[in-house]
Each structure stands twice: as C-alpha cells, then as structure tokens.
Design a protein around this ligand. Structure first.
Ligand code: ZN
Ligand code: ZN
Length: 429
C-alpha cells in the first residue's frame, strides 16, 4: 500500500506554488513599506507558552494543540499561532532595546488538531505581524489599513469588521452582564454555549448555531460597557480609519478565539468561500508581554492572514494575478556531438540569467519539441548534425513560428550574446 499524507495535512503542489509566492511577495513588499522586519521563530515551543498566552479555557488550548512529551519528558507544542512565539522571542532577546525592531512579521506554518472539514487544515499557513510598544489608536488604524492594502494589491474584495473588547478595567463588568443574560436562557442555548457561559462567556457570541444566534440578538454589547479610556480609544481608531478612507462596519458581537485580546479587534471577512469566513484577523493585546514575563506597560497589536484562504480567493477572484512561468529558450540538441556542444552553452546562458531548458538524453526532435511546449518555451534552438556541419543552428520563435539562423561557431561568450540578443534583448548587457 502506498503511504499518504496525514489527514488535514496538504501538499502544496508546483502548479499552486506560483500563487503562494505571489501572495508572499506582495505582502513582504508591503510589510517593508510599513517598516516591518522579518523574524523567524521555531515551530516547537514549551506548551506553557500557549497555555499562558492564548488561555487555558480556549478551544485551541483545550483540545486543538499538537502537544506531546519529547524524549526528555518535557511538554512541547507545535505552535498553533504566531503571536506567542514572536513575543517570547521579543522578550527573550530584549528586542525592545534594539530600535527599530518593534515592527515584526513572520510567515510560516501553524498546527491545530481541528475536526477535519472543508477548508480546515491541521497544518495551515499564516502571514502575521506584531507591533510592540505603542498604544496610540492611529497605530490600530495603520495596521488595519496595511492589511486592507495587501488585499487591495492582491485584487481581492473583502469586508472589514471592527470591534473593541475593552480592557481589564471594563471587561469584567461586561462579562458579568453577559453571564447573567446567558443564565436566564440556559434551556435555549446549545451545550457548547452552556459550558462556555461558565468557562469563557464571550466565546458564546461566536456560536455557529442559528438557534443560539437568535437568542444573542438581544445580548448585552461590549461597546455599551467600555470604560471612558477604551471608548475614546475606539472612537479615535474609527476616526483614523476614516482619515485613511478604509471602509468598515462595527460588529459589537465579534469576539476572537484567544483570551489575550484587548480593545481593537478586527476581521477581514468574505462570503466567497462558502460560509462567511475570515481571511485575516487580529487585534490589540496590551497585557500579553507582561503576562509572558516581559516589560510592564508594553502594549502590542497584531494580525494574521490565512494563506490557504488567500490562495483560494485569489484563484477565484483574480486567477490572472500570476501568469504561468515561461522558459526563455529550449535547446534541442540532436545527437551526442550536438549535445556536447550545447551543454556548456546552456549553462552559460543560465549564468547570464536566462531560463533555459535542454533535454539531457538526446531524444528525438519530435519528443524534444513536445518538451519545449510543456516548458512553455518562447524559443527553441535546434542543433543537429546538419547544423553542426554548417555552423548554423536554427532558432524558432514558438509564437510566430518564424525561424532564423544563429551562427554556432566562435567563442561561447559571443555565441551567448547573439542568443540573448535574439531571445531576450532586454537582458543583454
Ligand atoms: Zn476599558
Ligand atoms: Zn451555541
């Protein structure tokens, strides 16, 4: 029996990779424009890191993490999200002292043992950013606008929802109000919500059951419970978004699945992928650095975008975003002598920056022309016994079918210059 990939783990095959690279390149370029530096952190971390940051009572920590004892008996976890590892690294290396590194981004795989369903992978990929040390609402708006710009430059349409989750000063009173509201409706909500109303009441608002959602229409809203500071911060965040002309709707029932969020939270949602889903989301986490043992009063904010969903959206909405890669030149050498002559020329052309393919085995002309088609070669250079004898190879333009002769005598450097002039004159230097 052949061995297959694990359930929830997916190969990214060569024909999809162009989309991935296009998304990553677009995002990296924008991150740089906004002053972000890349950081790469390990996939394995101590389990404690996630329990302390994401929260013991969250779905992720309760039942979705890939946690196991390593050979020393230490409990380690494959990172289920990117913020905690980046913050751990930030604190461990004292990066706050090393300006200007408080704007960080990272791209890589995350792991969650979720119930297998369409579009939910157990290894998924995120591009995420974190900004540390600043709590001004203009930063919240700047970050949201950057996420918006990534989607705009990718040619994707989504809608933006924002909310404020308050702070340790105002959230407890809201939680109490919500718990009271839920207690009066215990029989009308699902088992999950009943359980969560004890352990993590805000999360009930995320319940997928339409039955539960009918109940929650009249639930107390966090925005009515914000303290004056949080209220002002949210007002200024919205005003700053208005200044940048980023359109948004306020969704007072949007909560995030992680405990560490405070104040501004946001989601970029689309309904183009079946049920409404977020392609990017994030928010402020002002107490998290301190919670992880770092500096007091080191506010933070970040967001993550899901690569798989972006790839899906892009292939639906903007499939032409990345054209197929072409080969500049396919060298069809016929016979051993021609192959020996062509082999070093191909290498030299590649050194000079051309994308060149060659059949190494000396197959028939027909077979080699097929290979040239598959490689989407723009030109084919045909070099057989006859061409060797006359010192003139044939260069065929695959689009126009025009043919011309290329002299095959003289030093290889000169030969390459002639070929590059014919195939890609913009790259001749
Ligand atoms: Zn507050
Ligand atoms: Zn429910």
């Amino acid at each position: 029996m052949t061995i297959q990939a694990l359930k929830g783990f997916k190969d990214i095959l060569p024909d999809e990779v162009a989309l991935w690279q296009h998304i990553e390149a677009t995002a990296r370029n924008i991150f740089q424009r906004f002053g972000f530096n890349e950081i790469r952190v390990p996939i394995l971390e101590k389990t404690e890191l996630f329990a302390r940051s994401i929260g013991e009572a969250t779905d992720i920590v309760e039942k979705e993490m890939y946690s196991f004892s390593d050979r020393n008996g230490d409990s380690i976890t494959m990172r289920p999200e990117g913020t905690a590892p980046v913050l751990r690294s930030f604190i461990e290396h004292g990066l706050q002292a090393k300006l200007p590194v408080q704007r960080l981004y990272t791209i890589g795989p995350m792991f969650r043992h979720e119930r297998p369903q369409k579009g939910r992978l157990r290894q998924f990929h995120q591009m995420s950013v974190e900004v540390l040390g600043l709590n001004h609402p203009r930063l919240d708006a700047e970050l949201i606008a950057m996420a918006w710009l990534i989607l705009e430059e990718l040619g994707l349409t989504t809608s933006l929802q924002i909310n404020s989750l308050g702070c340790p000063a105002c959230r407890p009173a809201y939680k109490d109000a919500l718990v009271q509201f839920l207690a009066a409706r215990t029989e009308h909500i699902c088992e999950d919500c009943q359980r969560r109303s004890q352990s993590n009441p805000l999360r009930v608002l995320d319940c997928k059951s339409s039955h539960c959602q009918e109940q929650y229409v009249t639930a107390p809203a966090i925005l009515d419970h914000l303290c004056p500071d949080c209220d002002e911060h949210f007002k200024q965040t919205r005003a700053s978004l208005d200044l940048l002309a980023v359109p948004y709707t306020v969704n007072p029932f949007m909560v995030r699945g992680l405990d560490y969020y405070t104040r501004t939270t946001f989601e970029l949602v689309t309904d183009a992928l079946g049920a409404q889903s977020a392609v990017g989301a994030g928010g402020r986490y002002d107490g998290l650095v301190e919670q992880l043992g770092g500096a007091k009063s080191m506010p933070g904010i970040g967001f993550a975008m899901g690569m798989e969903r972006l790839v899906l959206l892009l292939s639906q909405q903007n499939a032409d975003a990345c054209p197929d890669t072409e080969t500049d030149l396919f060298v069809a050498a016929l016979g051993e002598e021609a192959a020996v002559a062509a082999f070093p020329v191909v290498h030299l052309l590649r050194r000079k920056g051309l994308q060149v393919a060659m059949d190494l085995e000396g197959k028939s002309l027909k077979s080699q022309m097929k290979q040239a088609d598959r490689a989407k070669a723009r030109f084919v250079l045909i070099l057989g016994e006859e061409e060797l004898a006359t010192g003139q190879a044939i260069l065929r333009d695959m689009a126009s079918k025009e043919q011309r002769q290329i002299p095959m005598v003289g030093p290889q450097e000169a030969l390459c210059a002639v070929l590059i002039e014919a195939v890609a004159p913009d790259r001749n230097n």
